[in-house]
Design a protein around this ligand. Structure first.
Ligand SMILES: Nc1ncnc2c1ncn2[C@@H]1O[C@H](COP(=O)(O)OP(=O)(O)OP(=O)(O)O)[C@@H](O)[C@H]1O
Ligand SMILES: [Mg+2]
Length: 266
């Protein structure tokens, strides 16, 4: 059975999707099997994993699986990723496209918030981790993820608004997990992303450590332009070159180790 982890922040652009994709990659490299569920209508995780929607060979996405409101429905939308590396076979994807926005208007339908949890039932038994990439919101699409997840990992930049939004996520889980019928949902970690040699970043990192204590995972991810390039080019980190390439790969490999310790496979 999979350990389901939702990657969340109320603030946009802090690196939720980068972290989801690179943790999936690092976990797969160590032999773990990973399902990435793209819960963001922007579909950034899907694209960065090399997936593209082809209208001439239309494949169903996570939106249709949620709409189906049926146990195990996610299994019917899972697809291989597009990367050309050996470990890519251990990453599978429930992709998203803009169509997922249409599930938002159904937020008030009875039981709507349970539909991802239901759709994943039995659909991720054969993987070690299900990583759910959330949109920058705490509304319905993220609530679907929170109702389905075993644990939450907050991704934050060492910046004021992002760190404050991370606190909102923690409070939201504490206040709403019971209402989402998921009282055991736990905040498993906080990943700090995009660290630069700035006084303000050092201050905010100290604030984040003070606020979240031992929940802050090591290592902190530094701001590196090759991460943008790899995301833009839809390639695995094993294909990037440059003097920081091995540092970036090592960072995510270490983070994946931290994750395996904090949220062990079942
Ligand atoms: N450590 C990093 N160093 C440099 N660039 C980064 C880093 N992490 C992420 N980025 C880049 O920053 C941009 C935003 O990252 P990303 O899309 O992962 O954020 P997000 O939180 O998922 O955004 P959204 O809220 O829109 O879903 C992307 O271009 C990504 O490649
Ligand atoms: Mg994103």
């Amino acid at each position: 059975m999979a350990q389901r982890v939702a990657l969340v922040n109320n603030k946009g652009g802090v690196g939720k999707t980068t972290t989801t994709v690179r943790l999936a990659e690092a976990l797969a490299k160590t032999g773990k099997r990973v399902l990435v569920v793209d819960m963001d209508p922007q579909g950034n995780a899907s694209r960065r994993l090399g997936w593209a929607y082809n209208p001439d060979d239309a494949k169903a996405t996570i939106s249709e699986a949620i709409q189906a409101d049926r146990p195990g429905a996610v299994a019917s939308v899972v697809q291989p990723i597009g990367w050309d590396v050996e470990y890519a076979s251990r990453i599978i994807l429930a992709p998203a496209r803009l169509e997922l926005e249409n599930r938002m208007s159904e937020a008030g339908v009875v039981g709507a918030w349970r539909r991802l949890a239901k759709g994943l039932e039995g659909a991720d038994d054969h993987v070690d981790y299900t990583l759910i990439d959330c949109p920058p919101s705490l509304f319905h699409l993220t609530q679907l993820a929170l109702a389905a997840a075993d644990s939450v990992v907050i991704v934050t930049e060492p910046e004021y608004d992002s760190a404050e939004a991370a606190g909102r996520v923690r409070d939201f889980i504490a206040q709403r997990a019971v209402e989402l019928a998921n009282p055991d949902l736990e905040l498993a970690g906080v990943i700090v992303n995009g660290m630069q040699n700035l006084g303000s970043h050092a201050d905010q990192l100290a604030y984040i450590r003070e606020t979240f204590g031992g929940l802050v995972w090591d290592p902190v991810v530094r701001h590196r332009s090759l991460i943008v390039d790899a995301d833009g080019d839809e390639v695995p980190l094993s294909e990037v070159r440059g003097d920081k390439a091995s540092e970036v790969r090592a960072t995510y490999e270490l983070l994946a180790q931290t994750m395996v310790k904090a949220v062990p496979t079942r």
